[in-house]
Design a protein around this ligand. Structure first.
Ligand code: HPA
Ligand code: ZN
Length: 381
């Protein structure tokens, strides 16, 4: 059996989510949290898609049949039966949607500045409830412009939500624009240039979408330029199913001249002592999204690897990725699941929370305030 066949099936993941989410954990609940790996488009659930599309008088087409979804129930069903992130979205022999088909469907329902504002506020409100006090949020500008949305519409909505979240909810944040690695490097560069007027809210650049045959080095020119201009650099690598370790190596040591400032995912570095030593030596932070991995890899392997990275002294933080496509699991559920299956003590949970604060790109005064809050809470045993 392959790893994917050995992964937890969807019904069991839903059960696991139910039991995990209802766990009482006073320590995890109380600590200030930093979220460093969440895609804003990855919170667009079937219900949100439906809400925006109704408001904008749109239908939502099923990419498999070309026919509109007839009801919210039908749309929900298409989300619930997602095929775990198939590498290639063109595999039309399956009836169920792939992760990317459902994910990119969400971009089409966002039309107005209010939609973008509300989408971001939806995240911030949820973050506040989980005591997330700082977040760096990914967004995919190419996915929006290619369905006809302007930068102004998108960024004015995000920007106003950023201000309001800080003022009203005490959730601070910055944005990371991700280039779609299955689009061309030229398109990435055009989008990079268009993003420059929004530097007040954009702290870094990243790389996401379908990784098959698209290593990070293809985007070298735009990474070099972004670093020269003072942006922080990160990139997804080894997402979900294992890719060549070289994808991780490039992110760690060579993109933007000397390697990224952070690594998104890269879990399978845990199988390679030399790569782990290199990541540790460079002090590179890794954002790790457990629920994202258990969808297509066996649970025991996933948690063993997370534990191995942590025990090796690599700076990992726990994050959520795409909650709407991952059984509605946020940073809360992801912290609980690693606590249970990696056997982390509260002191180790404190270390994970500290890692997230330290590897963030927040201002120094924001970091020291969060660290003070964190250290002020007794972890117990
Ligand atoms: N994988 C790759 N690209 C993505 C993802 C993901 O989980 N979410 C948003 N873009
Ligand atoms: Zn991601």
């Amino acid at each position: 059996m392959t790893d994917v066949e050995n992964a937890l099936p969807v019904a069991s993941r839903a059960d696991l989510r139910r039991s995990i989410a209802s766990t009482q954990d006073a320590y995890i609940a109380s600590i200030p949290k930093v979220e460093l790996h969440i895609h804003i488009e990855g919170i667009i659930s079937a219900d949100l898609k439906w809400k925006f599309s109704q408001r904008n008088n749109q239908t939502i087409l099923n990419p498999r049949t070309g026919q509109p979804f007839a009801s919210l129930a039908e749309l929900r069903d298409s989300h619930d039966t997602l095929k775990p992130r198939a590498g290639n979205r063109m595999d039309n022999t399956e009836e169920t949607l792939s992760f990317f088909e459902a994910y990119y469907g969400g971009f089409e329902v966002l039309k107005t500045k209010e939609d973008y504002y509300e989408l971001a506020m939806e995240y911030y409100e949820h973050a506040d409830e989980m005591n997330v006090r700082y977040a760096e949020i990914f967004f995919d500008p190419q996915g929006h412009t290619r369905v006809g949305t302007s930068w102004e519409t998108m960024m004015q909505g995000f920007r106003e939500a950023t201000w309001d979240a800080e003022q009203i909810l005490n959730v601070k944040s910055k944005w990371i624009m991700c280039f779609l690695r299955d689009e061309s490097p030229e398109s990435a560069m055009r989008h990079y240039e268009a993003a420059l007027p929004y530097r007040d809210v954009i702290v870094g650049v990243g790389l996401d979408s379908n990784e098959v045959g698209r290593p990070a080095e293809l985007f070298e020119e735009v990474f070099v330029r972004a670093r020269k201009d003072g942006f922080r650099i990160t990139a997804h690598c080894d997402v979900g199913t294992p890719y060549p370790l070289d994808h991780i190596r490039q992110v760690a040591c060579s993109i933007a001249g000397t390697g990224a400032d952070r690594i998104d995912h890269g879990l399978n570095a845990a199988g390679d002592a030399e790569l782990m030593a290199l990541i540790k030596e460079k002090g590179l932070g890794m954002t790790i999204c457990p629920w994202s991995y258990i969808r297509h890899q066996p649970m025991d392997k996933v948690f063993e690897r997370i534990r191995a990275l942590f025990d090796a002294g690599i700076v990992i933080s726990i994050a959520s990725d795409d909650p709407a496509f991952m059984e509605d699991t946020w940073v809360w559920e992801n912290l609980l699941v690693v606590k249970k299956y990696c056997g982390f003590t509260n002191l180790e949970i404190q270390k994970l929370a500290e890692n997230a604060i330290k590897m963030s790109w927040a201002k120094e005064e924001v970091k020291s305030h969060l660290l003070e809050l964190l250290y002020g809470i007794e972890p117990g045993t």
